[in-house]
Design a protein around this ligand. Structure first.
Ligand code: SF4
Ligand code: SF4
Length: 486
């Protein structure tokens, strides 16, 4: 067990925070669940059947058997949770939420629970319990901050995931996520934003022209190049919304000279399976693997997206070849290494504003990517500040675990889920907040807008693009009219 980072004062404050139960309740009950055609009165039976099937075909039973024996009720997890800290509602205490599912497991899937249930005739799963689970599991952002605090090693993010998975098997899952996943797995364009390949290519060409004009260097987005060192998968929404992040990444590759490519057979890094379904998760990571192998790529490279990176890093080995799986890395790791090797030069006079870095939970919670981006940023952002706490202890943006895609709960996300983050940003006084994750960027921009914060949210590579300095040998000569020759 590690030492708690929470002070006794913070603990006291968390348990005496003002409660605005009615307002909060109204804001968070807006989720539109996707419900397939089935008899709603039959939900308990269907839930238990789905739970049984998942237990049969997975390792969750081992975890659940461990967790049901470990109920300390010490409430350290409550103090760590940004949702509980904002609401003060005991139903937001992480172990209360996990208890909803653990009780079902105990009662219906353990010998002792089944025997006690038969004797007492109590404890059967009801429709109301299912509804409570549906609401509760989508209030948790699966950020796993509480898991750092639990002395008994309970991982509430994992229980949230399992609870959502079982619910999704009986058709209870936010509509926004299902629509995107269907577009990705069954739609004609095979990505969550339904971007056709010609539109992707048009966008990339447009960005190349922009970069030539701005940097006087031929910076390319190669597509379908065979045998590249890196096959690149961005969160596909970046092609619609994050031009500067993409341009920064292309600029880095131009500086290093390494071979990279975007595959037009499949180019979406997003994997909503991590949020609600192991079956979806497996299908999506296999698509990433298949496209990389089709192009004879040597490494899978994921863009600025926390959940996409974590799913690929953890589950490509699990589902796509074990020891023989292709290596996976995140673009921050790549850029950091290139910077350390002296392949990227950054102008320290370009970014003069106060800059802070937000740790996406999926990068930082297990200490995978914490110092790398900071080292690079501090080298050229002369006015760098830290938020407190940071790194593995960071506070979730409030839109984690897929909740950022549920537009109808934006008021809840930006006033409850993101409250602690907003306080942190305000306190840091930053003018630029670097958030190298597609989901965090969306949530933080909405948070900044709704909370009236005075800062701009950008990607990591947005700043790299601004500051990168190219060798003169890469500069394109200009024609007589002063225009770069293509
Ligand atoms: S995973 Fe995050 S949001 Fe969920 S209970 Fe734990 S701290 Fe709270
Ligand atoms: S920190 Fe762990 S042991 Fe303590 S109440 Fe939370 S889940 Fe239970």
């Amino acid at each position: 067990m590690r030492t708690s980072v929470i002070t006794p004062e913070e603990r006291k404050k968390a348990f005496t925070s003002p409660k605005k139960a009615e307002v909060i309740q109204k804001q968070r009950l807006n989720v539109r669940y996707h419900v397939e055609d089935f008899d709603v009165s039959d939900r308990p039976r269907r839930f238990l059947e789905a739970f049984a099937a998942i237990l049969k075909h997975s390792n969750y039973r081992m975890v659940l058997d461990h967790f049901i024996r470990m109920t300390g009720r010490c409430s350290r997890c409550a103090v760590a949770c940004h949702v509980y800290q904002a609401t003060g509602d005991e139903k937001d205490i992480p172990c209360y939420r996990s208890g909803l599912l653990l009780d079902v497991y105990r009662r219906h899937f353990t010998l002792g629970g089944m025997m006690r249930g038969r004797v007492s005739g109590h404890g059967y799963l009801t429709d109301e319990k299912i509804q409570e689970m549906a609401d509760s599991f989508w209030n948790c952002t699966a950020c796993r901050r509480c898991a750092l605090e639990c002395p008994l090693g309970l991982d509430h993010g994992l229980i949230t995931h399992l609870g959502r998975y079982i619910l999704s098997e009986i058709g209870i899952v936010p509509r926004a996520l299902v629509v995107s996943t269907r577009a990705q797995l069954e739609g004609p364009f095979k990505n969550t934003s339904a971007i056709p390949v010609p539109a992707l290519k048009d966008t990339l060409e447009f960005l190349e022209d922009e970069m030539l004009e701005e940097k006087s260097v031929k910076i390319k987005f190669p597509t379908d190049a065979d045998g590249s060192d890196y096959v690149f998968f961005a969160a596909v929404s970046d092609y619609l919304m994050e031009a500067e992040s993409l341009m920064g990444i292309a600029a880095v590759f131009t500086a290093t000279g390494d071979k990279w490519t975007i595959g037009t057979g499949y180019f979406d890094g997003i994997n909503y399976g991590l949020f609600y379904s192991d079956r979806v998760l497996e299908k999506v990571v296999k698509k990433v693997d298949t496209e990389t192998r089709r192009l004879n790529g040597k490494n899978i490279l994921i863009g600025e997206c926390g959940h996409a990176s974590r799913t690929a890093k953890q589950f490509i080995p699990a589902y796509c070849g074990g020891d023989k799986a292709l290596p996976v890395l995140n673009i921050l790791e790549y850029t950091h290494k290139a910077w350390k090797q002296g392949k990227i030069k950054l102008n320290p006079d370009v970014v003069t504003e106060k800059v802070a870095y937000h740790d996406p939970c999926n990068y930082a919670r297990n200490r995978w990517i914490v110092n790398q981006p900071r080292e690079v940023l501090k080298s050229f952002c002369r006015n760098y500040v830290e938020m407190t706490p940071t790194g593995e202890d960071n506070v979730c943006c409030g839109g984690g675990g897929g909740t950022v895609s549920i537009d109808e709960i934006r008021p809840y996300r930006t006033t409850v889920g993101g409250k602690l983050k907003a306080d942190q940003i305000r306190k840091s006084g930053c003018e630029i907040l670097v958030a190298p994750c597609a989901n965090c960027k969306k949530q933080l921009r909405e948070l900044v807008e709704d909370q009236g914060l005075n800062c701009r949210v950008v990607g990591f590579h947005d700043l790299i693009y601004k500051a990168i300095v190219f060798d003169d040998s890469l500069k394109v000569p200009k024609d007589d009219a002063g225009k770069e020759m293509k």
